[in-house]
Write a new protein. Structure first.
Length: 314
């Protein structure tokens, strides 16, 4: 109970601190939402009225308190420039499912690729398959996701029209269409992550293979397959799952870039549009949403690692 309360307190403190940093960063950035909404040649009295109507003339601490107190109750304010007067919460609600689909798609691809590649590399240590897969992993880590996105469009979308090079079909309209239209952007995000996951899994498997309890499991007559699945792989999954949780930050950053490359109307595109339009409420709400996703993912990873490691439950 005490541990759960402590964890909840840390999450809340991290959330508020992150929100404060985002808020201050937006205020320090150049540009004025009033001029973005009204135009560079707007009359000073109109600019002053716009700032007054949206609370932009208040002291910073009052602006932050008004925003964070509303955000904690689900009220992110209203858009200033992108969709003047529209609640930011509705914009987030419309875009978040698209980003969640692409992000989860990419994560599943990365996990599937890395589980196969990392396992083969560990079992074939020092052989041609290990060398080839390790080299591919190094290459994957060094490839920027936006560059890989353009490469995939050139080699796959142009040669195989089944994969659209631009746009996205919502899974609500067609799940098959969402899988096809989301494959290239998800793969562009997944490939660098899969390279990192595979290297971590390979190292973890090789480390666990030589542990005394593995030798004991083999000596009492368990089959090689049983020992690998229930003893080696289970223990190797702890650092593997941990690195997946840590890479969620990279995943969200990749989503922001890839959504622009492939024209996907998700949360990342909304955040970029908000930055160009100096729409502070939109940017802050998107950043806060990403922060919540990262915190919740790290919490889930922590709980899963506790489940995988019997010593952590003691």
């Amino acid at each position: 109970m005490r541990r759960g309360l402590r964890r909840a307190g840390i999450l809340l403190l991290t959330l508020v601190t992150g929100a404060l940093l985002v808020f201050l960063a937006m205020k320090a950035a150049p540009g004025d939402p009033a001029l973005s909404a009204l135009g560079e040649n707007a009359r000073p009295e109109l600019v002053a009225a716009f700032r007054r109507d949206h609370g932009l003339d208040l002291p910073l601490w009052q602006q932050f308190w008004a925003w964070i107190s509303g955000a904690l109750t689900g009220d992110f304010g209203r858009s200033l420039t992108l969709a003047g007067g529209v609640p930011v919460g509705s914009l987030i609600a419309n875009r978040l499912p698209v980003t969640a689909f692409i992000g989860l798609y990419a994560l599943l691809l990365a996990a599937a690729i890395s589980l196969v590649a990392g396992t083969i590399a560990a079992l074939q240590r020092g052989k041609a398959a290990d060398t080839a897969l390790t080299s591919l992993a190094v290459l994957g880590v060094s490839m920027p996701d936006f560059w890989l996105g353009y490469v995939l469009v050139f080699f796959l979308a142009l040669n195989f029209p089944i994969f659209p090079s631009y746009g996205f079909v919502s899974p609500v309209d067609s799940f098959t269409g969402a899988l096809l239209s989301g494959f290239l952007p998800a793969l562009a995000i997944a490939a660098p992550m899969a390279a990192v996951f595979a290297r971590v899994l390979r190292a973890a498997l090789l480390d666990v293979m030589h542990r005394p309890y593995v030798q004991v499991a083999r000596s009492i007559g368990h089959s090689g397959k049983f020992v690998f699945v229930h003893t080696i792989l289970r223990n190797a999954l702890i650092p593997y799952v941990t690195i997946i949780g840590l890479q969620v930050r990279y995943l969200l950053g990749g989503v922001v870039v890839i959504e622009r490359v492939f024209g996907i109307p998700g949360l990342g595109s909304l955040m970029v549009d908000g930055a160009f339009g100096r729409d502070y409420p939109v940017i802050q709400a998107c950043a806060l949403t990403f922060l919540v996703i990262v915190l919740m993912t790290n919490l889930a990873v922590d709980l899963l690692c506790t489940r995988l490691d019997p010593k952590a439950r003691a």
